[in-house]
Ligand binder design. Structure first.
Ligand SMILES: Cc1ncc(COP(=O)(O)O)c(C=O)c1O
Length: 287
């Protein structure tokens, strides 16, 4: 974790960074967050993450804590003070500090802002991706507004822990229709038997991944076919390839689902190519 955090207007040593016990994020998960990947100290897909942040806040009627321009400056300053080049920057905005009560504070507390960042060893992450990763499936048990990026992540926490206990890096939620929605912290994709790249449509109860959106443009530019069409875990195993996307995982090949191989069990060459193309684009457009 970076040495310096930003908490409500102040840069503080990470070890001393703290929020009030009545912060509604802490008490009620009444908060949203965003995560940007950093390449050479710059934020990837900056616009997409800001747009989603504004949308998440708007859906919960939490005001933007400051202008997008000011927020960009504070995010950049946090990255700069931590001398971070490759990594992730995390922003959390809660409805603020007020005596605990489920309904919104009557007197209108200002939103509370926390920013932290952490380094990522890109070479190690690339080497890990090149080996492929395992996922497990788990019944979808989240609320109906997974399009809002809230810190209310308990089902994701439990799914991720179940994955870890089974030697996997990610858990894929499967809905009542038997279709994969998304991962606990990523979007889910396959390259199906017909050579079509598929990921769940955004009318479903999923987070509209910013990496997912950018990858669609990357795929189109590469002349490959993409469809927003659901798949079952069995279809994913029968597919040529499977992979996940997210600001943390970027594009990471999946080689097994619930202990059974995807396709022939080898790391997907298309997924690896898309990983390179995505990183290239992210670096070229980072700000
Ligand atoms: C549930 C979930 N889905 C998808 C994603 C991927 O979103 P993005 O590509 O914007 O990081 C995340 C990222 O944290 C997530 O938590």
């Amino acid at each position: 974790m970076g040495r310096i955090a930003y908490v409500n207007g102040r840069f503080v040593p990470h070890a001393q960074a703290a929020v009030h016990i009545e912060d509604r994020g802490y008490q009620l998960a009444d908060a949203v967050y965003e995560v940007w990947a950093l390449f050479d100290g710059k934020m990837a897909d900056a616009e997409g993450h800001f747009a989603r942040l504004e949308r998440s806040l708007g859906e919960l009627r939490i005001p933007m804590p400051m202008s997008r321009r000011a927020l960009t400056l504070v995010l950049r300053e946090t990255v700069r003070r931590n001398r971070l080049r490759e990594g992730l920057v995390y922003l959390q905005v809660s409805r603020g500090v007020a005596p605990r009560d489920h309904a919104f504070p009557v007197c209108g507390a200002p939103p509370a802002v926390v920013i932290t960042c952490k380094a990522v060893d890109r070479a190690a992450a690339d080497a890990k991706a090149a080996k492929g990763c395992a996922v497990v499936t788990t019944p979808e048990n989240r609320w109906g507004r997974c399009d809002i990026k809230t810190v209310g992540l308990l089902p994701n926490v439990l799914a991720k822990q179940a994955a870890r206990e089974r030697g996997a890096v990610e858990a894929w939620f499967v809905d009542d229709l038997g279709l994969v929605t998304e991962g606990a912290s990523s979007n889910a994709w396959i390259l199906d038997a017909d050579g079509v790249l598929r990921t769940r449509d955004t009318n479903a109860n999923i987070l509209r991944g910013v990496t997912r959106r950018t990858l669609m443009d990357v795929i189109a530019a590469a002349g490959l076919k993409v469809e927003e069409r659901a798949f079952t875990p069995e279809e994913a195993r029968q597919a040529r390839e499977a992979f996940i996307t997210g600001a943390g995982s970027l594009v990471t090949p999946i080689t097994s689902i619930d202990g059974k191989p995807v396709g022939d069990g080898a790391v997907g060459p298309v997924a690896m190519r898309l990983r390179s193309l995505y990183i290239e684009r992210a670096k070229a457009t980072a700000v």
